[in-house]
Design a protein around this ligand. Structure first.
Ligand code: ARG
Ligand code: ZN
Length: 874
């Protein structure tokens, strides 16, 4: 760690209001890549609740040039300053503080604060990047009005943007020009943004429900100007949806989105000026897949929804992050469900939750959705805060219904608009608006770990009564983790339905949401003629691991008949999981593997079922991911899992080869590319079917993939065929990879795909390929998307990353050390791949520990990586 950086732990319980408020901020930027000058005037007012005459402004790597109070320059003895702290003593109750600092955007590789990307200036301030721009009260409860003046070269910075409205501009005569922006809304500094450079604008507009015209502007590098229409339409849909569903209108005359190539996260909701990773803006059928299109729509919506849930009402302190992120993820999930298919969206989200969040929640980084402490806040932009946080919001929605939830939201805005508040405030608004009590929900905010829900059923033939006995508990976690002591039962809304065991028909009078608030309870269903089949935890109504003894036949029955699409899919996953785990054990023991007969039969039935769409079919026949299977083993055996899953797939494909070939053929016969929902669904199914076919490892099936690759008129089909070939022994594999590279090496987002398909391949020798690719001329550690495409994808490729000789661990360790000094946030994401080490055999544990210790002993370790590694080693 560098000596200016402190490894201080920040605790939620230490929250104190600031000693001063800031009412107004005037920023002036004289842009220069090496020596940008930032002049800041802040009008401060003593907080009468916290009387103090001392104002402590934080900074990070700043060079202070001057400081004055009420226009009088301070002498050296009237303040103390370092590159990360400026302390002013004996201030009057109100005054204006002016500071001037110098910063260097071009050497800022951390991509936090003011930095350069593809020659343009841009900022990222959440969570604590503003202090890298100027000395400030860099905390979200300090909300102020901003005026921003930007001066830059007319040639390199023809466009200069900031939050709010452009109120003035002038030519400065010396080859430079100036623009002034004013944001009429108060905001915390993490929502400040500045962008300057050579950008082109794709324009559109939106008229709000109350008749206000809003200019919509998507700013991109000139060569990308024809890839913005999908983002624009996504924005318009989002604006309309938030009006229709929550009655929320946009509140400025202009909404700007800027796409940049170097960005640590997905996107940022800066007031009126969102900055996006270009991956979540740019799209054309030739360069973006259907998944990319969907993600762009979802991320645009997410950032737009933040304008109310995040910006108008923000967080009091960073421990409350899920207040805005959990709620906004919930809102974007609902939005996507409304645009596409609610069932498919729910399945996709839960699959992601289980793969990512459940794993996080059972390892050394387990934390409550409202964490208790952090060293680096950037480490807590986690799937727990985001995705699990969204599931907690969903439970209020499930219990209250859409109308009750809306009442709660309305009250939340009525009470807290323009304020920085807490998760408790949100919970209270939901309860008060509905005359109910959500006190027990507090446990969801303070406890870590994924609850297990044990369900048993008992049938009383003479009484015609089914009893479901439910019990919840938390599994023990290794180590002394925050939020895991004395955990209490949490409120669980459990959606349940009954099916007639003969016809499979829904017994709709028994549909219900049961509420389990205690450790255990019995729920009874009376008046039944014969023993029904229960469908429990429909729509995944609570974020738990369901533990229910069910026979394979019962699961196959649910897979065929459940009217709840989520549970229909989940029954298939549970069935496949049980069979796969048994096969993995056989593989580990050197035994012959069972044929997956029951699943294979159900598989064929799903494919010919006219009652479900192609996207659902694609999901239903997709086997659980290797990492999800691993979570179900006492000791994860990556090789046995891989062997079992490959065998399973090949066996199912072999049993239905003709049906699959014909199905692929008919799906491939669709006309030219179209992006209507049905075509998207059909492509999704087609490409899952293609993967099954190619698993057969025959020249004929390889040729189907090669033909699809060369004949595709869209990136979805092309990339899918390439990924399948890259994971195969097909003789066309190398030629396809070369061809793809030749065609797309000039387009960074498509080149990312070329790296990613190879990093996700699990064929023999895949690991040395990844190592070789890290030396490829197209690879660079300066671009986070490129790093994630190769090393991020590889680190979740279970059988390759966990290769028994530890070479995968070594590769990742090398890059964590290489990246951490320049970009701590990126390095700390990568190093998290070691968090699961306790779940593996002692040999692998040793090898992972060796890397963790090697990283921990690095003399200049950044605090982000330090925090993750220390928690892992504890
Ligand atoms: N608020 C952004 C979002 O919408 C994420 C920003 C994360 N920034 C960071 N440095 N971790 O999700
Ligand atoms: Zn967000």
């Amino acid at each position: 760690m560098s000596d200016t950086e402190t490894m201080q732990v920040v605790y939620r319980s230490d929250y104190r209001p600031p000693t001063f408020w800031i009412d107004h901020v005037e920023l002036e930027f004289d842009l220069d890549p090496h020596n940008a000058i930032v002049t800041t005037k802040i009008t401060v007012r003593r907080n009468t609740d916290q009387p103090s005459r001392t104002l402590e402004l934080v900074g990070e790597q700043l060079k202070l040039l001057s400081v004055s109070v009420d226009g009088v320059a301070l002498n050296d003895d009237e303040y103390t300053a370092s590159s990360d702290l400026l302390v002013l003593n004996d201030l009057p109750a109100r005054c204006e503080v002016q500071t001037k600092v110098a910063i260097s955007p071009v050497t800022n590789k951390a991509l936090s604060g003011l930095y350069q990307t593809s020659g343009n200036f841009c900022t990222q301030c959440e969570a604590v990047g503003f202090r890298r721009i100027t000395y400030f009260l860099d905390r979200p409860d300090v909300m102020a009005r901003y005026q921003v003046t930007i001066r830059g070269d007319k040639s390199t910075c023809p466009v200069m943007l900031s939050n709010g409205n452009r109120i003035a501009s002038q030519d400065l005569g010396d080859g430079r020009h100036e623009v002034v922006w004013e944001d009429p809304h108060v905001k915390p500094c993490y929502l400040f943004a500045l962008v300057a450079g050579n950008l082109k604008c794709h324009r559109g507009s939106f008229t709000t429900a109350s008749g206000r015209d809003v200019a919509l502007e998507i700013w991109v590098e000139p060569q990308n100007i024809d890839k913005c229409q999908h983002a624009l339409v996504s924005l318009q849909k989002s604006m309309k949806w938030d009006e229709d569903v929550f009655g929320l209108e946009y509140d400025l005359d202009v909404y700007m989105i800027v796409a940049v190539n170097d960005f640590n996260m997905g996107a940022m909701e800066n007031k009126g000026l969102n900055v996006f990773n270009s991956k979540y803006v740019l799209a054309s059928p030739e360069t973006a897949t259907d998944d990319d299109y969907l993600l762009i729509e979802a991320v645009i919506a997410h950032e737009y929804f933040h304008n109310w849930t995040g910006n108008r009402v923000t967080c009091r302190d960073w421990f409350q992050l899920t207040l805005k992120e959990g709620l906004t993820v919930f809102r974007d999930e609902q939005f996507t469900a409304d645009q596409t298919s609610a069932a498919v969206k729910r399945i996709d989200d839960v699959a992601g939750l289980r793969a990512g969040q459940f794993a996080e929640d059972s390892g050394p980084m387990a934390h409550p959705i409202r964490p208790e402490s952090y060293i680096s806040m950037d480490n807590f932009y986690t799937s727990t805060v985001y995705r699990k946080g969204a599931q907690i919001i969903r439970m209020y929605h499930t219990l209250l219904g859409q109308d009750g939830f809306r009442r709660g939201m309305d009250l939340y805005f009525r009470r807290h608009d323009g304020c920085a508040v807490t998760c408790d405030d949100f919970r209270q608004a939901m309860a008060d608006a509905n005359d109910t009590n959500f006190d027990l929900f507090d446990r969801w905010y303070s406890q870590a770990g994924t609850p297990e829900l044990f369900v048993t059923s008992a049938w009383d033939e003479s009484a015609g009564r089914l009893t479901l006995s439910m019990r919840q508990s938390y599994p023990d976690l290794a180590g002394d983790l925050p939020g895991t002591k004395d955990r209490k039962p949490v409120p669980l809304p459990i959606r349940v339905g009954l099916l007639d065991a003969e016809s499979g028909a829904e017994l709709s009078q028994y549909n219900d949401v049961l509420l389990l608030e205690t450790e255990s309870a019995d729920f009874q269903f009376e008046g039944l003629d014969r023993q029904p089949i229960a469908s429990v935890l429909r729509d995944f109504s609570a974020p738990v691991r369901l533990r229910m003894q069910r026979s394979d036949d019962e699961l196959a029955f649910l897979m065929a008949h459940d009217t709840d699409a989520f549970n229909r899919w989940d029954a298939g996953q549970t069935l496949a999981t049980g069979m796969l785990l048994k096969m993995a054990q056989q593989a580990a023991d050197g035994q012959p593997l069972d044929e997956p007969k029951l699943f294979s039969d159900a598989f064929a039935k799903i494919l010919t079922d006219d009652s479900v769409d192609e996207a659902f079919k694609a999901l239903a026949i997709t086997l659980p991911r290797e990492s999800v299977l691993g979570q179900e083993m006492d000791v994860i055996d990556p090789d046995a899992i891989h062997t079992a899953r490959e065998f399973f797939r090949r066996s199912v494909a072999g049993s239905h080869r003709d049906q699959l070939t014909a199905l692929h053929q008919s799906l491939a016969a669709d006309g030219p590319y179209s992006n209507d929902q049905q075509s998207i669904n059909r492509r999704r199914l087609k490409n899952v079917v293609l993967a099954y076919l190619v698993s057969l490892d025959t020249p004929e099936t390889d040729q189907i993939a090669a033909d699809q690759f060369s004949g595709a008129d869209n990136m979805t089909d092309q990339q899918a065929a390439l990924a399948i070939l890259a994971n195969s022994n097909a003789e066309q594999r190398i030629a396809a990879l070369d061809e793809f590279h030749r065609r797309y090496h000039g387009d960074p987002l498509v080149l990312d795909k070329w790296f990613a398909v190879q990093a996700s391949s699990s064929r023999a020798g895949a690991l040395s390929e990844v190592r070789r690719l890290s030396g490829h001329s197209g690879f660079t550690i300066d671009n986070p998307n490129r790093v994630r495409s190769l090393l991020g994808v590889f680190s979740v490729n279970q059988s390759v990353f966990h290769q028994a000789d530890g070479k995968g661990y070594e590769l990742l360790g090398d890059y964590v050390l290489l990246i951490q000094s320049g970009n701590p946030q990126l390095a700390s994401r990568l190093v998290s791949a070691f968090n699961s080490y306790r779940r593996f055999d002692t040999g692998r544990q040793e090898l992972m520990l060796r890397q963790l210790k090697r990283i921990a002993s690095e003399p200049n370790l950044c605090k982000d990586v330090h925090e993750i590694v220390q928690r892992a080693l504890k």
